[in-house]
Design a protein around this ligand. Sequence first.
Ligand SMILES: Nc1ncnc2c1ncn2[C@@H]1O[C@H](COP(=O)(O)OP(=O)(O)OP(=O)(O)O)[C@@H](O)[C@H]1O
Ligand SMILES: [Mg+2]
Length: 240
Amino acid sequence: MDPRLSIIAHRLENIDRLIAVSGGKGGIGKSSVASALALCLSKKNYRVGLLDLDFYGPSCHLILGIKGVYPEEEKGIIPPEVNGIRFMSIVYYAEDNPLMARGIDISNSIIELLAITLWGELDFLVIDMPPGIGDTTLDVIRLLKRIEFLVVTTPSKLSLETVKKTLEMLKEAEVPILGVIENMKLNNSSRVRQEIEKFDVKYLGEIGFDRSFEEYLGNSEGLLTSSFANDINKLIQNLD
Ligand SMILES: Nc1ncnc2c1ncn2[C@@H]1O[C@H](COP(=O)(O)OP(=O)(O)OP(=O)(O)O)[C@@H](O)[C@H]1O
Ligand SMILES: [Mg+2]
């Protein structure tokens, strides 16, 4: 029995909801959704934490423009608070170097990160997941007993097919699925909605392709004015 596991349960006991933002493929907008969701929830006065668990490509700090702030040590690690979001990422420990780690090392780093971080009281902890349903997903399911999954897809059949596999896997593991978000939507086709509903999973809504999104990278205030954030705000009502 790893003593860190009971510490993790203790560390997370004052967090109301834990939401993992996941999906099948890479590059479909998981980090953008996780970062903007944390930002919009915080603007609605929720107490929010954001944990970037993408060890190979941490991005949330770039999307939200988080720099020059560091976790503080005090009987654990206190995440810095930026734009009302308590933020923790492997980036603080990898120092922007490309991370060369194998499955077991990543598992250990996740356990360590969860065991040392003092989140305090939160309404939401949003977790940005790496692409696919590999080891990190299995670790998160194993370590975070109250985790709910928010799954992102694009309108592409390629993305949707992998998302279906993710949904099957989550159902098999009996993990709660909050629903699916369709990102980068370019038209008003209802194909994805229909396919998702066939799985008996909630279609949470869509985020349009936002041509100005790239301009707002690293600028939280700007991001809040984007159509991307506007679409996220509409989805938040469906998170119950
Ligand atoms: N709705 C959107 N409109 C326009 N651009 C978008 C939208 N969503 C995401 N993007 C862009 O798509 C790219 C990929 O987004 P992001 O990094 O969030 O995806 P990801 O799924 O987290 O990728 P990875 O699998 O590598 O972690 C980024 O350049 C981002 O700015
Ligand atoms: Mg990402």
